[in-house]
Design a protein around this ligand. Structure first.
Ligand code: CA
Length: 234
């Protein structure tokens, strides 16, 4: 399996050479930039999985870059793990670095062994966190279901769903692209013992569409499969 793509933004050539050589030897793909503006372009074009960011850079400095990344609208890119490098090792700098959104912080000079250990540790931490997020969330395009908090977001906007609407949407999303019959939906969402009319499903689908479809009268996410049931398409 290919290892992560790492972008190093640093203006000291010797340091770039040393750490990129070390990372490549470990199998990572490495790209580099020597000033803030080039770095900013490469973040968006290369979409790296880890960012090594020097604080003192010509042009845009590392702290500004870090804040800019965290403010990106791309949900994956804005969460890139970031390790800050700096020659300044005071506690205050460390706090400012972490407050700007960095995940870790290494003070120069550092050994390559320590550096590599930090990279591995951060990537491992991120992977574990992503696994938890995947278990807790279902995402489809701009629609996001938080399963533990039972909250639904369409883009940045939270949608208030009733319990049954939430369960219905979760069931549809879990079975994306599959047709679910009204009977199956009733069983899964309302339960075996519950006596409800099949039209209850249709009514709830209509309410759900009003909340999550761009145009509820022309639904694209929850599609009616005539004579059978419904299909969640995205
Ligand atoms: Ca520097």
């Amino acid at each position: 399996m290919a290892k992560e793509n790492i972008l190093i933004i640093e203006d000291e050539l010797t340091l770039i050479d040393n750490i990129s050589e070390k990372l490549r030897a470990e199998g990572y793909t490495v790209s580099t930039a020597m000033d803030g503006e080039t770095g900013w372009d490469k973040i968006r074009s290369d979409k790296p999985q880890l960012l090594i960011l020097d604080i003192m850079l010509p042009g845009l400095d590392g702290l500004s870059l870090c804040r800019m990344v965290r403010n990106l609208s791309d949900p994956i890119l804005s969460r890139i793990p970031i390790i800050m490098l700096t020659a300044r090792g005071t506690e205050v700098d460390k706090i400012v670095g972490l407050e700007s959104g960095a995940d870790d912080y290494i003070t120069k000079p550092f050994g390559l062994g320590e550096f590599l250990a930090r990279v591995r540790a951060l990537l491992r931490r991120v992977e574990e966190k992503e696994n938890v997020i995947q278990q807790n969330e279902m995402i489809s395009n701009d629609l996001r279901l938080n399963m533990t908090g039972r909250r639904v977001f369409k883009g940045d906007e939270e949608k208030k769903l009733s319990n049954k609407e939430f369960d219905l949407l979760a069931e549809l999303m879990r079975n994306k692209d599959a047709v679910l019959s009204r009977d199956l939906i009733l069983t899964k969402v309302w339960g075996y013992d519950y006596f409800v009319d099949k039209r209850t499903v249709d009514v709830h689908i209509r309410w759900l569409r009003e909340k999550i479809e761009d145009d509820p009268s022309n639904p694209r996410r929850i599609v009616t499969v005539r004579g059978v049931g419904y299909r969640f398409e995205g």
